[in-house]
Design a protein around this ligand. Sequence first.
Ligand SMILES: [Zn+2]
Ligand SMILES: [Zn+2]
Length: 380
Amino acid sequence: MNPDAIQIVESEPKHFGTGWISGVLSVCLGAVGLLAVLCFHYPALLTMPELRAMYPVPYVRALLFLILTASFVLGGISIYLRRSRSIGGIGILLTMIAVMFGGSSVPVDGELGNGPFLGLDWFLLNIIAFSAIFVPIEHRFPLRREQPIFREFWKTDLAYFFVSHLFVQFVTIVTLRPAMIFFDWATIPAVRTFVGGQHYVIQFVGIMIIADLTQYWVHRAFHQIPFLWRFHAIHHSAQTMDWLAGSRLHLVDIAFTRALSYLPIYLLGFAEGPLFAYIIFVSFHATFIHSNFRFEFGPLKWLFATPRFHHWHHTADLTFADKNFAVHLPFIDRLFGTYYFPRTEWPERYGVDDPGVPSSGFFAQLSYPFGRKATPTDES
Ligand SMILES: [Zn+2]
Ligand SMILES: [Zn+2]
């Protein structure tokens, strides 16, 4: 595509009736359909063993058929309505490739085992669920009206979302194994039996409080120790806040924070059921607090972290830096003197006050903490 053509694509209107919405939907559905077909083709490599047995395969195939048909039709509508045919064309191309690989009648190939795998199905389920929840509420109740869904650097944040879900096996291992391998000696059987025997709701609340207390201090260390800050600065490099921005986390940040937060949960012996419920809850709540969602939650906002509470953690204004480290419970910040929650205001700007931190690019950000430290002459 030549630069003039790109200019046409960017300058064409995007409101309803221009073929933009149908084109975007066609590309999204075509991509989901193609990736789902690949999951059928290579289930041993691309799907989670824990999820395989739970799929109602005939219904998944029927849904896949609907998705591919919708992508094709919407691509056609976009081509008809829009001067630039590229977006509708990409949607139809993705659908055609999915059909070439077998479409909705794709056979399930290969022996299923419990070896190394990539969570492509886990990524698809999460991207569908989170976008279905957050895209409509951010559109209906936005904090900033001018913020589009495909805002600046969305591709970087989608790359983080993709990688953290695709490598779910690796992330689970680095989260759970260190506690089991290195701290098994510190467990007290009587304590584990007592804690694991409590009602599930009590255990869930216990996990939330203990994990957030640990997370608070690990998070604070990531802010205050310069070497660790180089990793955590990546999370704060986001200049636009929405549900996808919360995914922007360096892998070292994810591994350390989660492994240390899990350590007391393991030592105390919480049961698998409440722990699994908490993992689902934390993935939702951590996404929610980054969202571009201006709704207030009455008195609940004093109890649970809301988008406005966590947005202040991301403010670019240094006057309010290093506040609101808790992910779930604002009282932890009150307890340790880092609480900041004005009655109605939101931050004006987000991001880090350091031009050395790359503002986008997954690989540039991945390698940034390991690079040479910037010196005053570099900045001149
Ligand atoms: Zn932080
Ligand atoms: Zn954050």
